[in-house]
Design a protein around this ligand. Structure first.
Ligand SMILES: CN1C(=O)N(C)[C@H]2CS[C@@H](CCCCC(=O)O)[C@H]21
Length: 124
């Protein structure tokens, strides 16, 4: 059913905006991620995202994953994975965990290059 697709505009508690464009029949999607805060300070930039969602047959809530390639201001990449839920009031939320991989200059610094966090998106 159409209503269980991720396409549309989402916002998280860091006030980032995520626009997911058309979700293909196989669940693939792409879009843009606009971040207001970054590792180096704040700068609003739109970066490309690509991902895929499941389309559970028995009408369950789809899981998904996507990556954001931070563009023009960072050499980092973030991978998100999570699930879409709808509360009794019909409000959809995407609960996610993410891994943010920062580019470091040497193998010796590799240990400190990956951050992890939880994040919830609601429709904007
Ligand atoms: C704004 N954010 C956001 O909406 N998150 C869920 C977290 C995980 S990705 C990070 C932004 C990383 C930007 C790239 C960089 O600063 O190098 C932060």
């Amino acid at each position: 059913p159409e209503e269980r697709k991720l396409s549309g505009l989402w916002r998280n508690e860091l006030d980032s905006l995520m626009e997911i464009s058309a979700v293909r029949d196989n669940g693939d999607f792409q879009g843009k991620y606009l971040t207001r805060v970054t590792l180096a300070g704040s700068c609003a930039h739109a970066s490309p995202l690509r991902g895929a969602q499941q389309q559970p047959s028995e009408g369950g809530w789809p899981t998904f994953a996507f990556t954001v390639r931070w563009d023009k201001f960072s050499n980092a990449t973030t991978a998100f994975t999570g699930q879409c839920f709808m509360d009794t009031g019909g409000k959809e939320t995407l609960t996610t965990m993410w891994l943010l991989r920062e580019a470091v200059g040497s193998l010796e610094e590799d240990w400190k290059a990956t951050r992890v966090g939880r994040n919830v998106f609601t429709r904007k």
